[in-house]
Write a protein that binds this ligand. Structure first.
Ligand SMILES: O=P(O)(O)OC[C@H]1O[C@H](O)[C@H](O)[C@@H](O)[C@@H]1O
Length: 526
């Protein structure tokens, strides 16, 4: 079937996307509306035959059976022998979900209640600044979510320290009052070197300012003993199980900073949005199923057409960190060259994901998207409504720009049109030369996800949509989306280099380049 997809790519190579709109019903056929959002993928080369092949691929890889196995709590993370149940964290009114014969829901809902009690206590108290110390999945979700929901933010200020670069925590703490600051140490394993280093620095900062650390630390972790050893009492530890992957964890304790920012009710609305997407994913037919469609469009562009990257372009400034969040979610999940059974992957692994909010990106890298030689499929996101009622004209301009970009990418500008643009300014060969620089090849694919307004519930739907998209893509590619062995080697080598950069061990066994870097560092590091 992969060969069929490649054959379709060859078949459509010389076709113009805009010509497909000769079919009046194209926009409706190649779009789906569900849960208050419209996903339009009609500005792509996908036609009925391509769709048939994509759906056949999904069926052949048993997406539906794998999906049901995930929701049921089967151990589909086969390399780590774990269930994959981040969906249980948003199963607000759902029934029992069993792992190894025990219902996990009482614990999940109990932890949520405890989180809410603490969040409301903090929101009502004297704390002005909350610093979440975590990295990767223990950082990117709440960072993205707190920014996204700024209009709902009525709790203390939230800061996020992730980098082991001392600049991060130093710059953050500079603006904080030690008497009114609390720290959330967010780490699933409670062993991550960056987080542990920053957490110890936070402790030292309080001690240095003469403030007791009592009541100032909360831990979010599946390693309750590790948190205890760090000095955080069990009643201030919010645990979660190994069936919640780090990059899928913002729905549970890792979302505490977000809950403190927006309050328990708004956080539950976020969970409800995620749960609504779960139900849609479980019930909708494949060709009307939003996560399935997003995955299939991605597979068409990456494994079918051979486009190596995908730009995520939110025309929603508060989704500023969504591309960074998706980089971890997608690339750590599906950036793998080995299939579940240990064989080499038969096709290209998941794409490079990157992006920035519009309209800013337009004034930066869109040049390449429009005229560069590599085709970059673009994924636009935009809200029908902004929150700034007094600034409606801003929102109208924002939306006009978003729609204009997908139109421009598809239509392009021919040489004749470019000549007409410069006629009168230049003549002869110079006119020709100048015109060529103003040609846009067009025929560049994009999709648009438009939703009502970026409120907590819609954010929940969008994030769950992307999670399930990753799952479907992983199943079709034959990947285990839930491990991340590819991050280990660098960690091991960094540990080994620790004593080398302190001058306590020799770099003699290292390659010439590493030796040279160490030597420069030691000479310049006073
Ligand atoms: O939450 P932690 O255990 O501290 O892990 C933080 C992050 O580090 C790891 O290296 C993984 O690549 C991420 O998936 C994880 O989210």
């Amino acid at each position: 079937m992969w060969i069929d997809l490649k054959n379709h790519a060859t078949r459509v190579a010389d076709r113009r996307i805009e010509e497909l709109f000769a079919d009046d019903s194209r926009a409706q056929t190649y779009s789906t509306t569900a849960l208050g959002m419209l996903f339009d993928y009609s500005k792509t080369q996908i036609d009925a035959d391509v769709m048939d092949t994509l759906i056949a691929l999904a069926k052949a890889s048993e997406v539906e059976a794998r999906r049901d196995a995930m929701f049921r709590g089967d151990k589909i993370n086969e390399t780590e022998g774990r269930a994959v149940l981040h969906t249980a964290l948003r199963n607000l009114d759902g029934g029992a979900i069993e792992v190894d014969g025990a219902d996990v829901m009482p614990e999940v809902l109990g932890t949520l209640d405890r989180m809410e009690a603490l969040a409301e206590e903090i929101r009502a108290g004297d704390i002005t600044d909350v610093v979440n110390i975590g990295i990767g999945g223990s950082d990117l979700g709440p960072v993205m979510g707190v920014l996204a929901l700024a209009p709902y933010h009525d709790g203390p200020r939230c800061h996020f320290v992730s980098n082991v670069d001392g600049a991060d925590i130093a710059d953050t703490l500079r603006g904080c009052d030690p008497e009114k600051t609390m720290f959330i140490v967010a780490s699933k394993t409670f062993t991550t070197i960056e987080t542990m280093t920053n957490a110890r620095t936070a402790k030292a900062w309080l001690a240095d300012k003469g403030v007791s650390e009592e009541g100032r630390f909360v831990a979010l972790s599946s390693n309750v003993d590790g948190a205890g050893a760090f000095g955080i009492p069990a009643e201030r530890v919010f645990g979660f199980e190994d069936w919640v992957g780090g990059r899928y964890s913002m729905w549970g304790p890792i979302g505490l900073s977000m809950m403190i920012a927006i309050g328990g009710a708004a956080f539950r609305a976020f969970l409800r949005g995620g749960q609504a997407m779960d139900r849609h994913f479980q019930a909708a037919e494949l060709h009307e199923n939003l996560p399935v469609l997003l995955a299939l469009v991605g597979i068409w562009h990456n494994q079918g057409m051979g486009y190596a990257s995908r730009a995520v372009l939110p025309y929603d400034n508060r989704l500023m960190r969504l591309p960074a969040y998706l980089q971890q979610l997608e690339m750590e999940s599906n950036g793998k060259g080995v299939a579940m059974d240990g064989s080499d992957l038969a096709v290209q692994s998941g794409p490079i994901v990157w992006g920035e909010p519009g309209t800013n990106g337009q004034h930066a890298f869109y040049q390449l998207i429009h005229q560069g030689t590599a085709v970059v499929p673009c994924e636009f996101l935009v809200a029908a409504q902004g929150h700034e009622q007094d600034l409606k004209h801003h929102h109208q301009l924002l939306v006009a720009n978003c729609f204009a970009q997908s139109e421009a990418l598809m239509r392009g500008r021919t040489l004749d049109e470019a000549r007409a643009k410069v006629a009168g300014k230049f003549e002869g060969d110079e006119l020709e030369r100048q015109a060529r620089h103003r040609v846009f090849p067009g025929n560049r694919p994009s999709t648009t996800l438009i939703y009502d307004q970026l409120d907590p519930e819609i954010l929940g739907k969008i994030i769950a949509l992307y999670e399930h998209r990753v799952f479907v893509e992983g199943v079709i590619l034959g990947i285990n989306s839930y491990d991340q062995w590819g991050v280990e080697l660098g960690k091991e080598l960094a540990t080994a280099l620790g004593p080398v950069v302190t001058g306590d061990a020799s770099a003699a066994d290292k390659d010439g380049s590493t030796q040279q870097l160490v030597s420069f560092f030691l000479r310049h590091n006073a």
